[in-house]
Write a protein that binds this ligand. Structure first.
Ligand SMILES: [Zn+2]
Length: 407
């Protein structure tokens, strides 16, 4: 969809295509626009405007993230996206498309690329270690360099001169984080706000940066900075809360605090707060490996029932999360529980998203076949472009659940 401003906004116009990702657009010269997006066939598609739209053309490839586009001259375009093995992939146009080339790296997010002067490209992406990584081109690629940090979204990159770069991404507490290059990297600084999406930044003139990000109330927030960076809007007040209790039979590989932080992050996008009411260690080694059968809602094993009888501290409408060594058969977790006894089991080797996912089931959420979403039925280990989405309908289901509280 396209909306143009030329003294006033044109309103949204449908440009067709079957997009599986966010688009990326640039303008290389007055009156011309190039747009790329990942199609539902996982190929990258390109559309361009020059007195009219050219229509979508496939650039091929099998990509697993939104693409990013830059171009250092009217005749040059460079497209980047993450490949199936998490490496950065590149396709360049210089009279004709070069085809996809692999640039390495272990990306956990979509990349962001810009060109500050002819012949030079900078690319950043969030690595699988949650740090931001940087790679640059100047007659050849420099290779990946870590900029450190612990970020929870795709980064966005801008630069107002050949010697200046600014990187923004969301931090672990959903605040906007910034790292700038001006001869050397400044290190990460926290700029506050409560972001529900990756930010987007551009610089239109020296010393100014424009930023856009989705707030936790689903609005798009924007700000302009003079040489520094803008405040991002304050969060909307939570409109529901979920209180859970942790019972530890075997300590999880991902610490409870980390799983909780991930859950807080995802649920906050729908105005739902999450708290752990109590944490208790249970000495019941005979239930370290819990029989869960086929893990069907309402059909629990004798071992599950025995485990779920330990509900000290938990109210009737509060889910208890039992951390065990394993389930039999082996799952990351299982949300099957008897009626009126909200409980989930989480295995030691579960991912950082498992708790948020399993409690989601208790709150009434079903699986979806979409690895961008928390409730993917393909395993939270296969989540693409974290943090995964909790869509508005799912937020509404949680808010109407007997196991959440309206606030
Ligand atoms: Zn599930």
């Amino acid at each position: 969809m396209h909306n143009g401003y030329d003294g006033g906004w044109s309103g949204w116009e449908r440009l067709g295509g079957m997009l599986a990702s966010a688009p990326s657009a640039i303008t290389r010269e007055v009156g011309k626009i190039d747009v790329v997006a990942c199609g539902t066939d996982s190929a990258i598609w390109h559309n361009s405007y020059d007195h009219g739209w050219s229509g979508w053309q496939s650039l091929g490839g099998t990509l697993t993230s939104s693409p990013t586009l830059c171009g250092w001259s009217p005749d040059r375009l460079d497209v980047f996206a993450r490949g199936t093995d998490s490496a950065l992939m590149h396709n360049g146009y210089d009279g004709g498309w070069s085809g996809w080339e692999r640039l390495g790296g272990m990306l956990a997010s979509a990349p962001s690329a810009i060109t500050r002067e002819a012949g030079k490209i900078d690319v950043v992406a969030c690595g699988t270690d949650s740090a931001i990584w940087h790679n640059s081109y100047d007659h050849g690629w420099s290779g990946w360099q870590s900029l450190g940090g612990t970020l929870t979204s795709s980064p966005t990159l801008c630069g107002w001169s050949p010697d200046r770069l600014d990187v923004f991404a969301r931090g672990t507490d959903s605040a906007l984080m910034h790292n700038g290059y001006d001869g050397g990297w400044s290190g990460w600084e926290r700029l506050g706000g409560m972001l529900a999406s990756a930010p987007s930044a551009i610089t239109r003139e020296v010393g100014k940066i424009d930023l856009l990000a989705g707030g936790s109330d689903s609005a798009i927030w924007s700000g302009t900075a003079q040489a520094s960076v803008p405040p991002v809007a304050a969060p909307a007040a939570p409109s529901a809360s979920v209180r859970i209790h942790a019972k530890i039979i075997a300590p999880p590989s991902v610490p409870l605090d980390d799983s909780l932080a991930r859950m807080v992050e995802v649920y906050a996008t729908r105005g739902i707060s999450v708290e752990v009411g109590s944490t208790e260690t249970l000495n019941i080694p005979e239930l370290s490996d819990v029989e869960v059968g086929q893990c069907v809602m309402g059909q629990t094993s004798a071992e599950q029932n025995q485990l779920f009888s330990h509900r000290d501290n938990a109210g009737g409408a509060e889910a208890v999360v039992y951390f065990v060594r394993s389930t039999i058969p082996p799952y990351n977790g299982c949300a099957a529980h008897p009626d009126g006894v909200p409980a989930v089991v989480i295995a030691q080797e579960a991912t950082e998203w498992t708790m948020a996912h399993e409690v989601g089931h208790v709150l009434g959420l079903q699986h979806v076949n979409d690895n961008h979403r928390l409730m993917t039925g393909n395993g939270t280990r296969n989540i693409i472009n974290p943090p995964p989405e909790l869509v508005p309908d799912e937020g509404a289901i949680i808010m109407s659940s007997e196991f959440s509280r309206r606030s």
